[in-house]
Design a protein around this ligand. Sequence first.
Ligand code: AKG
Ligand code: FE2
Length: 215
Amino acid sequence: MTETSDSHPRRDVRGVQVFDGFLDAVAQAAMVADVRAIARAAPFVVPVTRRGQPLSVRMTSAGLLGWVTDRRGYRYEARHSSGVPWPPIPDSVRAVWDAVVPGARPPESCLVNWYGPDARMGMHQDRDEGDFNQPVVSISLGDDALFRIGNVERGGKTESLWLRSGDVLVLGGAARLLHHGVDRVAPGTSTLLDAPGRINLTLRVVSDETSVPSR
Ligand SMILES: O=C(O)CCC(=O)C(=O)O
Ligand SMILES: [Fe+2]
């Protein structure tokens, strides 16, 4: 991929940078193959809350740290629940980070969310990381998703946009701690995946600058 953040058109929605169609069809297909390889090494799980409520998305991760939630609560872990270390973040995914947030520290975590046709994600902040000066980068693959952006505080007016396959979002700067969520997926709007649904990759720096993890 040769595009840079300077050459690719982007929109601003409440400070969230939206790169529409950042990945072309060939790049999307290659990234899906990379996601399948991640899932072979670290299979998707049904995450549950501390109270045992299943989330509607299935999750796995790549990178030094993966975000998990189970009966013990939510946290970053260096290993999949099977005991294997998370596979490395694919070069294709890392290249997106380098292109859209060139000054940022390297990503330590790539969360992979798999939405079936009925999956959603409630409004939340990404705030389990140690350095909120570092951005969050989110990549959409597969069916369209209705993404809602709120405010730093809970509640208030929100703004929604459809995310399509190949779109990339950056939550950085003043937008880093905005509430956000996915209201619904529109099954059958993309043919990228074998079945209706959507894959989201969320890249994050997890550590604070003084405690960078190593393997
Ligand atoms: O699926 C998305 O577009 C957003 C995912 C998300 O917000 C998260 O995993 O924290
Ligand atoms: Fe999030």
